[in-house]
Design a protein around this ligand. Structure first.
Ligand code: PLP
Length: 364
C-alpha cells in the first residue's frame, strides 16, 4: 500500500535556518511579550501583506475575538455559516449574535442578501474569504458604509491573496489572518489583525495583554501574545513564501487538468482581478450526475490511504446551542456543506500523487 496522504502537510524551513533565527533568544532571554523577533516579523509580514497597520497574535481565533472586542461591537453581526467554527465562536464569545446569510456559488457570503438581514441591532458584517476565494469586498464595504456598519473579514485562508494589486487584508475596517500550521503560511500557531484606524492599535494591545496598560487595569482583556519562537518561524517561512505559492500553483493546476471535464464534479473557478494563493482544493460532488455521494467518495479515498476532509460540514449555524432548523435558512450553504470535499493540498504534494488521487476519485 502507498504512503498515507493527509489533507494538509505543513511546510518547514530548513532546520539550520530556524536554529539560526532562534539563537539570539539565548542571549536576550526574552521569550515573549513583544520581543525583538516579534517586532521584526511584524514589519516584514506587514510589508508582504501590503496593509496599513498590523498586530500579531498567538493564533487567528484570538486575533478575531480581540478585533471584535477592540471595535466594541455588540448586537448582531451578519456573517456566513459556511466557515470554520472559529468565525462564529468568536462572534458569540465577543458577546454578539451571529445572523447567518447565505453564500454564492463561489462559497463566499452573498452580498445581495445582506441588506435584507440588517436590523436596528446590526453593528457589523463579517465575511470570510473561504478557500482564498474573496468576498465581494467592494460591495460589502459600500453596504457597510451606507448603513454605518463595520466591515470585517476572516482572511484566515487568504494569506498572499491580492485583489486589483491590493493586499486582500487591506479591505474593510479589519481583517484577521491565521498563521496556523495547516495554512498557506504559518508561525506554528499564530495570526494577525490588519486595520486602518490607528486608534485600534491601543485597543488591540490591551485586549491581547489582560487589559493592562502600565500600572492601570483598563479593561478585562485576555492573553493572546505571539512569542519569539513563533515569530522566528514566521521570519523563516516568509523567506520561502514565493516557492511555497509556486509549488501550490502547480499542484492546483494538476488537479484542475485531471478534474475539469469530470461530469458531476465542480472545481474552483478563477475570480476576476484576483491573485490566488492556492490554499485549498475543494470539489463539489453532485450525487446525481457524478453517481457517487460525497460521503461515499471519502470512504473510497480513505480505503486507499487518502484523507480528504469535509470542509465545511457541518455549517457553524448547526451548533447545538442554536435553534434547530437555522441551517435551512441558508439553503445554498446547506447543500454545499453536504457536497463539498477538500482534497489533499500542500506545497510538497507530488504531482504523481495528484494523478493517483484523481484516478481513484474518478474510477467508477
Ligand atoms: C484556521 C481558521 C481560523 C482560526 O485560526 P487559528 O489560527 O487556527 O486560530 C479562523 N477562521 C477560519 C476560516 C479558519 O480556517
Amino acid at each position: 500500500m502507498s504512503e498515507q496522504i493527509f489533507v494538509t502537510h505543513s511546510s518547514m524551513p530548513p532546520y539550520e535556518e530556524y536554529c539560526n533565527e532562534i539563537k539570539s533568544i539565548w542571549e536576550t532571554v526574552q521569550l515573549t511579550n513583544g520581543g525583538p523577533i516579534h517586532n521584526r516579523f511584524k514589519d516584514a509580514v506587514r510589508e508582504y501583506l501590503k496593509v496599513q497597520h498590523l498586530e500579531l497574535f498567538v493564533n487567528g481565533h484570538l486575533a478575531l475575538y480581540c478585533a471584535l472586542k477592540a471595535l466594541k461591537l455588540s448586537g448582531e453581526i451578519i456573517t456566513t455559516p459556511f466557515t470554520f467554527a472559529s468565525t462564529t465562536n468568536a462572534i458569540v464569545q465577543a458577546g454578539c449574535t451571529p445572523v447567518f446569510c447565505d453564500v454564492k456559488p463561489d462559497y463566499t457570503i452573498d452580498e445581495e442578501k445582506i441588506e435584507a438581514l440588517i436590523t436596528e441591532k446590526t453593528t457589523a458584517i463579517l465575511g470570510v474569504h473561504v478557500y482564498g476565494n474573496i468576498c465581494n469586498v467592494e460591495k460589502i464595504d459600500a453596504i457597510a458604509k451606507k448603513h454605518g456598519l463595520r466591515a470585517i473579514y476572516d482572511a484566515a485562508h487568504a494569506f498572499g491573496v491580492q485583489y486589483k494589486g491590493r493586499g486582500i487584508a487591506d479591505f474593510g475596517d479589519v481583517s484577521m489572518l491565521s498563521f496556523h500550521a495547516t495554512k498557506v503560511f504559518h508561525t506554528i500557531e499564530g495570526g494577525c489583525v490588519c486595520f486602518h484606524d490607528e486608534a485600534l492599535k491601543k485597543e488591540l494591545t490591551l485586549q491581547r495583554n489582560f487589559g493592562v496598560d502600565g500600572e492601570t487595569l483598563q479593561i478585562f482583556g485576555t492573553n493572546a501574545k505571539m512569542n519569539e519562537f513563533q515569530a522566528a518561524m514566521g521570519i523563516c517561512n516568509l523567506r520561502h513564501i514565493d516557492d511555497e505559492l509556486a509549488l501550490r500553483a502547480a499542484v492546483f493546476k494538476r488537479y484542475s487538468e485531471n478534474l475539469q471535464s469530470a461530469k458531476g464534479i465542480k472545481i474552483l473557478k478563477d475570480q476576476e482581478n484576483v491573485k490566488r494563493n492556492f490554499a485549498y482544493y475543494p470539489i463539489l460532488v453532485d450525487p446525481e450526475s457524478f453517481g457517487v455521494t460525497r460521503d461515499d467518495l471519502i470512504q473510497k479515498l480513505q480505503k486507499n490511504g487518502i484523507y480528504a476532509r469535509k470542509y465545511f460540514y457541518p455549517l457553524t449555524s448547526e451548533n447545538k446551542a442554536f435553534p434547530n432548523g437555522l441551517a435551512e435558512k441558508t439553503p445554498v450553504a446547506k447543500q454545499d456543506s453536504e457536497r463539498v470535499l477538500c482534497l489533499p493540498m500542500y506545497a510538497h504534494l507530488k504531482l504523481s500523487d495528484v494523478d493517483r488521487i484523481c484516478r481513484i476519485l474518478l474510477q467508477k
